[in-house]
Design a binder for this molecule. Structure first.
Ligand code: NAP
Length: 241
């Protein structure tokens, strides 16, 4: 995959960071995007020290001007887009505030749409591209207390399948991964009882490893996955099936 360039959104930590490292290890030039530029700088240093190619771009996916600036500087090169940036703001539907609804939709769904729209033109010109959206099993199953988050992740699946149909003739595939339960800052916010309940409902009986998810993203981004599009790959230890 050495002649490809990947933008990973939300690469400053967690799943996005793991995807950036895994893609770089496969020879992909990585553009690591997020708001926390200090963390991106550390990631870039680590990738370069390991012999890979990486650079950082300050990116807020909720800000069209920030997405435009990223596309201006990197849009010509990027042919793999991993839409990973995401947030939660959990509450029961009855108590969910407009702001918490909107910020989650803006980041998780509109952010992915904006980055896809900004970068698909370059992929169309190259007649090769990969878009991998990081959805969630709760986008398939729903989850009490996460109406905003589940709606954003279900929306990402609709976005995935629609863009897959629009872009197929240009040899651009669009797929999603639906992760289950992985140890990151996002899941560290859950209390012990929630952790215990979720673990009990995972047939494989454990949380996923970040490199297991990154491997799925790398596969969907690879040349070998060229005949897979519009697919949602569930990476959840059986939590959803
Ligand atoms: P995390 O550790 O909280 O990381 C979230 C990442 O998103 C951070 O790098 C953050 O970077 C970035 N981000 C948030 N808002 C952003 C914005 N406006 N613009 C650009 N980047 C933004 O969470 P994670 O668990 O790695 O989650 C990564 C993705 O996986 C999310 O889409 C999440 O919904 C999904 N997911 C996670 C799990 C899990 O079990 N962990 C399960 C299913 C799905 P900055 O703060 O530096 O901007």
């Amino acid at each position: 995959m050495t002649h490809h360039t990947a933008l990973v959104t939300g690469a400053s930590q967690g799943i996005g960071r793991a995807c950036a490292e895994a893609l770089a290890a496969k020879g992909v030039s990585v553009v690591a995007g997020a708001r926390q530029t200090d963390r991106l700088a550390t990631l870039v240093e680590e990738i370069r020290a390991a012999g890979g190619t990486a650079e950082a771009v300050e990116l807020d996916v909720t800000d069209q001007a920030s997405v435009d600036a990223m596309a201006k500087s990197h849009g010509r090169d990027v042919d793999i887009l991993v839409n990973n940036a995401g947030i939660t703001a959990d509450n029961l539907g009855l108590r969910l505030k407009d702001g918490d609804w909107q910020s989650v939709i803006d980041t998780n769904l509109t952010g992915a749409f904006r980055c896809s729209r900004a970068l698909m033109r370059g992929m169309m010109k190259k007649r090769w591209g990969r878009i991998v959206n990081v959805s969630s099993v709760v986008g398939l199953s729903g989850n009490a207390g996460q109406a905003n988050y589940s709606a954003s992740k279900a929306g990402l699946i609709g976005l995935t399948k629609s863009l897959a149909q629009e872009l197929a003739s240009r040899n651009i595939t669009v797929n999603a991964v639906a992760p289950g339960f992985f140890a990151t800052d996002m899941t560290a916010r859950l209390d012990e009882a929630q952790h215990t309940d979720i673990l009990a409902s995972i047939p494989l009986g454990r949380m996923g490893e970040l490199d297991e998810l990154a491997a799925s993203v790398c596969f969907l981004a690879s040349e070998e996955a060229g005949y897979i599009t519009g697919h949602v790959l569930n990476v959840s230890g059986g939590l959803y099936m």
